[in-house]
Write a protein that binds this ligand. Sequence first.
Ligand code: NAP
Length: 294
Amino acid sequence: MSAKLMVGTELAAEMVARAGERAKKLVEETGVQPCLATVLVGDDPASATYVRMKQNRSKKAGIGSRSVVLPAATTTEELVAEIEKLSADPAVHGILLQHPVPAQIDERAAFEAIAPGKDVDGVTMHGFAAMAFGEPGFVSCTPGGILRLLQAYDVPLEGAHAVVIGRSPILGKPAGMLLLASNATVTYTHSKTRDLADIVRTADIVVAAVGRANFVRGDWLKPGAVVIDAGYNEGNVGDVHFEEAAEVAGLITPVPGGVGPMTIALLLEQTVEAAEALTRAVSETVAHQLDHLS
Ligand code: NAP
């Protein structure tokens, strides 16, 4: 193996520790404990594991959690109503709807029921638009985590050619937009792309977000390329053939221990940020009302 590893675990632990310090400070100063609500629909064991993992990490960082578990037969209307309740609840600061939801549910409608100020997973149209326009807001956690990882390893982004494989609204598409905002030249590829391997061979940075185990092969890569494997497939296998790619790449993320921990770290960081912002907004409103009365 000639590539250097881009490890997310330690960086993520530092981010979680910093989020924990901010959470503690908020409790000390205002009595408000940041709270992340997770919504799980159905009984998919992998989704249940992801939600548990997020709740455990929240707890370790001093972030409270609220768990909503709904049966697999839940309708869109029922799910939207639950999410609207959380959106209106002042004790909840971040809302995470675990993806995927059962097929009968209109996932977009459910995501859009999340109040923008609580969209700490960056899944709403508001969050996406804010990111695309470069306005303040919460970014989708996996793409945001990828950017943090690239920055931490001092990967030059300006002028670099980044090839993103995958264009899902929560991963590929926002990952490309964040790279573009960092002045990379971005090529999106997807299931209809012709000559994919040839395009990937021109990349300084490859982001694999496909959902197919060992999909990107070593001979698709330019020597020295930076390879970000966002994939997570059964048996802890990424979307990149790690052994082959590590012989050619300059930097590569492992699976697990690369992008995954960064995603959770950013979720917690954004939950604390949401709690700070919502608490600030409440105290400003109260101060304004008192001003008005006096
Ligand atoms: P998704 O919604 O299924 O999207 C997959 C994308 O890959 C689609 O845009 C699809 O193209 C493209 N694709 C499929 N087959 C292809 C092919 N043969 N050639 C080129 N492109 C192809 O998946 P996702 O939610 O983005 O997730 C992608 C991977 O990331 C999965 O392994 C998932 O488990 C992982 N993931 C990891 C994290 C984390 O925290 N680490 C978070 C989320 C997801 P079309 O648009 O043309 O269909």
